[in-house]
Design a protein around this ligand. Structure first.
Ligand SMILES: [Zn+2]
Length: 572
């Protein structure tokens, strides 16, 4: 439920309008208020911390208070002309940018030309840059130039959920504040207040569960309350609340980690598909999975004091992490941390790959050669399981249905063509990746396992030299792997590729990569395959994983949802 596409009516409506209303960040609030009341406002602030902890709210308040005509003790008066313009969302001197969107980058580019201009109405022109760690190098340079000599009427407020990605040159020019996850009690008390104002009745135990499930993000907690009351009416029961909480992004990130550590690929793939179908931002979901894995590792190491977590959460993590090896968690953390969303931020493919690669693990070389699988082990590419993906009956989906029944509206954003059956997938996957002839070939398991080895060798090469990896892409197959000798058979039309791979330096690179991947010293032999590349056999790019994913019930991934890049995130 962390998606930016939520309606967030309540969240917006109950944004704090004065510092005293801002929940749970007292030391920061106090410092900011002091600087305002003493007239020593900094020119650049960096607000770091998890989402929903008040960074953007604090930034807006700071902008409003700095321009208030009759501030009292650092607080904005909320009645003067300037404050009114902020309350009505028409303040000319507050420029909000989302560095995660193209628009944000474009605006930073123009920033240098514009900072010289005096504020329109108030004393300060305030630039609030959200997710500043997402800026391009070019945009950073533009920002840095401005930060080096900020005109006196400018205040920069940079907010980020990932401060470690902000260059030190930027950080050193800012006054930095670290926002912490809000204490459970603070979230609950704010929820109680909002519920009272909105005549929503939710018992305290349920509010506590909501707060816990939102993991210290007030924004998420308020959005949950809104969705619950939209769906269940003004007094949702504890049971209804519990039902719905199983569907939050946080809960599902936890569940995915559980599936991951239990090596349940099928459940994991279904979960990822359901999360995507609910319109959750996949990058955000990835971050949650990575954060959770990181916390697990920290808890397993006995350093949970550094984590800022509720006791119940730590307990849950302790029991989960005790059943898993540290290396396993570390490997998962690495795999999910490296999931690459550059091609398409809405795609579920990167997570599916990370999941499959983790669960399928390193293929045993002996099995590749023999084309068989030891009894009792999970076959590397289970086939024949055609479990149809269960349509997710999420709160969000149900809500949408309800809305549509209530009042037919013009379609807001065109739905991306829903996966697969009738349309070809629009990812980087070449067409026909799915129903390739491989599925009917007899030694499918051997081919698939060979493909898997080849794919991993190729990826390992890619780190050192992209060209070498490219020569291996779709040009050959593993003919055998025995006694440390890996035989690659190049299809007839790829003689050139074979020559390139046989060049001594490249051969060495492939051998080193294969040795690393397979955990033994590998000698490479290249032969000519009598066949052409089988029709329908795609160049690799993880195609076999996608196929495995399909066999396990996942749906093909479809290209991005247009327009999401320009959308303002309104992170706080
Ligand atoms: Zn005012």
């Amino acid at each position: 439920m962390s998606s930016s596409s939520n309606s967030e009516v309540l969240y917006r409506k109950w944004r704090p309008q004065s510092f005293s209303e801002l929940v749970g960040q007292d030391p920061i609030t106090q410092t900011v208020r002091n600087s305002l009341s003493s007239g020593r406002v900094a020119h650049a602030y960096l607000f770091c911390g998890p989402r929903g902890t008040g960074k953007t709210s604090m930034g807006r308040l700071l902008a409003k208070a700095a321009n208030c005509l009759q501030p009292a003790d650092g607080e904005p008066c909320n009645t003067c002309d300037s404050c009114q313009s902020y309350l009505e969302g028409r303040a000319m001197d507050l420029v909000e940018m989302d560095a995660a969107s193209n628009r944000g980058i474009e605006e930073i580019r123009k920033l240098r030309d514009r900072v010289g201009l005096a504020p329109m109405a108030g004393r300060y022109k305030v630039y609030l840059v959200d997710e500043v760690h997402m800026l391009t190098a070019e945009a950073y340079n533009a920002l840095l130039k401005t930060l080096e000599e900020p005109p006196p009427h400018i205040i920069f407020i940079l907010a980020t959920t990932e401060s470690h990605k902000v260059p030190a040159t930027i950080i050193s020019r800012c006054q930095r504040f670290d926002f912490h996850r809000l204490p459970l009690a603070a979230v609950v008390s704010r929820l109680e207040y909002i519920c009272r104002q909105e005549s929503i009745q939710i018992e305290e135990v349920a509010l506590q569960e909501i707060a816990r499930s939102a993991s210290g993000s007030l924004r998420d907690a308020i959005n949950l309350v809104e969705q619950l009351s939209n769906y269940y009416g003004s007094s949702p029961s504890l049971e209804q609340v519990r039902d719905s909480l199983g569907l939050t992004a946080d809960a599902r990130a936890r569940q995915l980690v559980r599936d991951l550590l239990e090596k349940d690929l099928s459940a994991g793939l279904k979960l990822v598909a359901a999360v995507r179908d609910d319109g959750v931002d996949m990058r955000q979901f990835q971050r949650e999975v990575v954060n959770y894995l990181r916390s697990l590792l920290v808890v397993k190491a006995g350093a949970e004091d550094t984590l800022d977590l509720a006791a119940e959460e730590v307990e849950e993590m302790r029991s989960l992490s005790s059943a898993a090896a540290s290396e396993d968690i570390l490997r998962a953390l690495r795999g999910f941390g490296q999931a690459d969303f550059r091609d398409d931020p809405q795609s579920s493919l990167p997570l599916e790959l990370a999941l499959a690669e983790h669960v399928l693990g390193p293929a045993a070389p002996a099995q590749v050669a023999a084309g068989e699988v030891e009894p009792g082990t999970r076959p590397p590419f289970p086939s024949g399981r055609q479990a149809a993906p269960k349509q997710p009956s999420s709160l969000r989906t149900r809500l949408q249905e309800k809305e549509e029944q209530a009042a037919p509206q013009p379609p807001k954003t065109p739905e991306p063509p829903s996966a697969g059956e009738s349309q070809p997938p629009k990812t980087a996957e070449p067409p026909s990746a799915g129903e390739s002839k491989e599925t009917e070939a007899a030694p499918a398991a051997a081919t698939a396992a060979g493909d898997d080895v080849l794919q991993r060798v190729r990826l390992a090469c890619k780190e050192a030299d992209r060209r070498v990896a490219a020569y291996l892409n779709g040009s050959c197959e593993v003919q055998s792997l025995e006694n440390g000798v890996l035989v690659l058979a190049f299809y007839k039309q790829f003689a050139f590729h074979r020559e390139k791979i046989e060049a001594p330096a490249n051969r060495r690179m492939v051998e080193e990569a294969a040795s690393r991947v397979l955990g033994q010293t590998i000698t490479l032999e290249c032969t000519v395959c009598e066949r052409q590349r089988p029709e329908g056999k795609p160049a690799m790019r993880g195609g076999h994983l996608v196929q495995a994913a399909r066999q396990m019930g996942a749906r093909p991934v479809v290209g991005g949802k247009g327009g999401s890049s320009g959308e303002s995130r309104d992170e706080s």
